[in-house]
Design a protein around this ligand. Structure first.
Ligand SMILES: [Mg+2]
Length: 292
């Protein structure tokens, strides 16, 4: 056994297959003679707390999230915070949400066999550091970070029953309602409708943004910065649903200053950044050990 502990987190209140998928993996591992713990989560943020504690509790723990991209974001944040304090966690995700973008892009081979053989991959993880005069805050994202219109779309998507056709309609409605936002870059005020930084080629929960040959372990992320023009954005959505979008920039660091309070979305999890905060989106090269 390559891991000091294996824990499968699931959300018993999830409408998806969170519990069933967790139990299925637990049984499949048992069949191979490997013990694992099933742990239900019971409130928002609980997955992150458990991932942090488990990551610190033994030498080489594996923490698997049976969830969508948002639940896995919590586990990645807990694990990465523990890693920064010297722990050696490995994470994994069993796709149990609506989009499962991360899993679809990163999944390779058989998860049970990878666990049995102790195989793991090291992929890049996005970071968002926000600094105000009295406070510094750091969050991690396994797939993407979005400013502007995307948090609105995510709120609408979370409310709706999803299928491919109405996802695009919701995106459009949400976009047409949304307001452009302004930030300061290199001392200059800039307006945007949306900025998405992504480490994945496809993000169905955002706009179906896509491009060729995005690598999850090349130390770079792609920036999709869209201007505040509704006809332009309309074209972008139609295009992104069919052929995908080209990124506007590929980088390892993107810095700006907020003017007003600014919502940000990390893998679908939304929080607010204060006005006049310095925001640095970065990437930690091959920092996330995972079995996906
Ligand atoms: Mg990359």
């Amino acid at each position: 056994m390559h891991y000091s502990s294996i824990t499968i987190l699931y959300n018993p209140k999830s409408t998806g297959n969170s519990k069933a998928n967790a139990e299925k993996l637990h049984k499949a591992l048992q069949h191979k003679g490997i013990e694992s713990d099933l742990r239900p989560t019971d409130h928002a943020g609980h997955g992150e707390e458990l991932a942090y504690e488990l990551s610190k509790a033994s030498a080489h723990p594996l923490v698997i999230s049976s969830s969508g991209d948002g639940g896995y974001n919590e586990v990645v944040n807990g694990a990465m915070r523990a890693k920064a304090e010297g722990a050696d966690p490995t994470t994994g995700v069993l796709p149990s949400g609506n989009a499962n973008d991360h899993y679809k892009q990163v999944h390779e081979g058989n998860v049970v066999e990878q666990i049995v053989e102790g195989k793991r991959r090291h992929i890049d993880v996005l970071t968002v550091v926000t600094e105000t005069t009295d406070h510094t805050h750091k969050r991690y994202a396994h797939s993407y970070v979005g400013f502007g219109v995307t948090p609105e779309i995510s709120k609408e998507l979370n409310k709706a029953k999803l299928n491919a056709a109405n996802e695009i309609i919701i995106s459009l409605k949400s976009l047409l309602k949304s307001q452009p936002f302004a930030i300061r870059e290199n001392g200059k005020k800039q307006e945007y409708q949306s900025i998405v930084m992504s480490n994945l080629a496809k993000m169905s929960k955002v706009l179906g943004l896509a491009k060729k040959a995005s690598e999850v372990d090349d130390g770079l992320f792609e920036v999709f910065a869209l201007p505040p023009s509704k006809p332009f954005m309309f074209g972008v959505i139609v295009k992104s649903a069919t052929i995908g979008l080209r990124y506007t920039q590929q980088t390892d660091k993107y810095v700006f200053t907020t003017i007003k309070k600014q919502p940000v979305q990390c893998d679908g999890e939304i929080f607010d950044i204060k006005a006049k905060a310095t925001v640095t989106v970065g990437i930690e090269h091959r920092a996330l050990a995972c079995v996906v």
